[in-house]
Design a protein. Structure first.
Lengths: 185, 235
């Protein structure tokens, strides 16, 4: 279901979630508040978290899953390092925001609400970011990209990849410099 | 027992049962997809079992109505037919309808209703929507063919009846709603291995036994045809 790094992370969160659960009584009316608390703390609701909640409330985990997936506010994948938000408000929808979303999805091989296996990117759809004159709009991290076109999707992703490679190269160079220094001393 | 009149025919039905069940018991067929006899509170979600009752100003779903003495019921009028046709067309608009590859072929309730209502199995009136579903969780024994599923909820009902805390559930919402399983894989295996009531109750072969690497297990009382996974035609 998930990338190994995510699974180990989920395991680490186990104790913490069990701790959080102690603050709630066992009534099933607490289900949504609990899920909200978990999401606030961990920024997403993991499969393990849902099972723990079910155990605590003494309901079946499939019920928890059913409720959690019903609401748009819950996410089930940890956010990526770079968050891509596609506006699908009325103005963006009219000028093809869904095409932009689809292009990002295809380029990254994930669906809306998911995170790439390397944890670099996650895609989310949002409803109106308040700059309808720039429709269709994509917000990548903090930067707002107005008048988006499918052809610009590739460039945005590529920009991050080049940046990442550059950082890695610099790191390597630094490391080797340090090494050399160490050897010289 | 109360006396009611259905389509001009006088019948005596149990007051505790729904009007739909009463009619079915007397051989009066009212189309229905989401109703099971043991449901205490039927969902009434398929919108197929509409009837007209004298004194009520609009059609009602008969699975949600209790028969009252001297009720006069009409099960076939042009208005009802239109309602039922529309419901059926909407259901079919995201149903895969690859009948030849489907284990339910020839004993499928949808095929029967299509014939009865003179509706096309791929209605022209509505755009067809393919249900492409990326599955989060894989049930070790069950294969859920979402493109066939009509979301009648019978499987969720029998699962709930069997265990109290069900393994199958509705997930997501709106057009994305699916039937899915969630929980511990081992627990699912242990519970489902001996039950498979959902596979039996599914009217459209959307729930099938997964072709396991080992032997195919068939429920004790289920006929093998009901559970043989279809021949590689599933997505």
């Amino acid at each position: 279901m998930s990338h190994p790094s995510i699974v180990s992370e989920e395991e680490e969160s186990r104790e913490e979630i069990i701790g959080l659960l102690q603050g709630f009584s066992k009534g099933r009316e607490n289900l949504i508040p609990i899920l909200q608390t978990i999401q606030k703390r961990h920024s997403y609701v993991s499969g393990l978290a849902m099972k723990l909640v079910a155990e605590h409330l003494e309901i079946s985990s499939s019920e928890v899953y059913g409720v959690a997936t019903f609401y748009n506010q819950f996410r089930f994948h940890p956010p990526g390092r770079h968050q891509i938000r596609i506006c699908l408000g009325t103005a963006c929808h009219v000028v093809g925001g869904d095409i932009i979303l689809e292009n990002f999805e295809r380029k990254l091989g994930i669906r809306e609400g998911q995170t790439t296996p390397d944890r670099e990117f996650s895609i989310e759809r949002v409803a109106c970011v308040g700059c309808c004159a720039l429709a269709p709009v994509a917000i990548v991290d903090e930067a707002t990209h107005g008048h988006m076109a499918p052809s610009r999707v590739e460039g945005i992703i590529l920009g991050f990849q080049i940046e990442k490679e550059r950082l890695e190269r610099e790191k390597q160079a630094e490391n080797s410099e340090e090494k050399e220094l160490g050897e010289n001393l | 027992m109360v006396r009611i009149v259905v389509d001009g025919r006088e019948i005596f039905v149990d007051e505790g049962k729904s009007l739909l069940q009463g009619c079915l018991d007397h051989g009066i067929f009212i189309p229905n997809l989401c109703y099971l006899e043991d449901m205490e509170d039927p969902p009434g979600s398929c919108r197929m079992c509409f009837v007209e009752i004298e004194g009520m100003n609009q059609p009602v779903v008969s699975c949600k109505v209790e028969p009252k003495p001297d009720m006069v019921v009409n099960t076939s009028s042009s208005e009802l037919l239109r309602l039922q046709r529309t419901s059926l067309r909407l259901l079919l608009s995201n149903h895969e309808a690859k009948c030849k590859a489907c284990p339910s072929n020839r004993r499928c309730i949808l095929q029967e209703l299509v014939k009865r209502f003179g509706v096309r199995i791929r209605p022209r009136r509505y755009d067809h929507i393919d249900r492409e579903v990326a599955e989060d969780i894989e049930h070790p024994l069950l294969q859920i063919v979402h493109s066939r599923c009509i979301l009648c909820g019978k499987c969720v009902h029998v699962c709930q009846r069997q265990y109290g805390s069900p393994i199958l559930t509705y997930a997501r919402r709106g057009i994305d709603t699916i039937i899915t399983a969630f929980g511990d894989v081992e627990a699912m295996y242990a519970l489902c291995e001996t039950c498979l009531a959902c596979v039996e109750v599914c009217p459209v072969s959307a729930l099938l036994l997964r072709e396991p690497s080992g032997a195919i297990e068939i429920p004790a009382d289920g006929s093998p045809e009901a559970t043989i996974p279809c021949g590689g035609a599933t997505p």
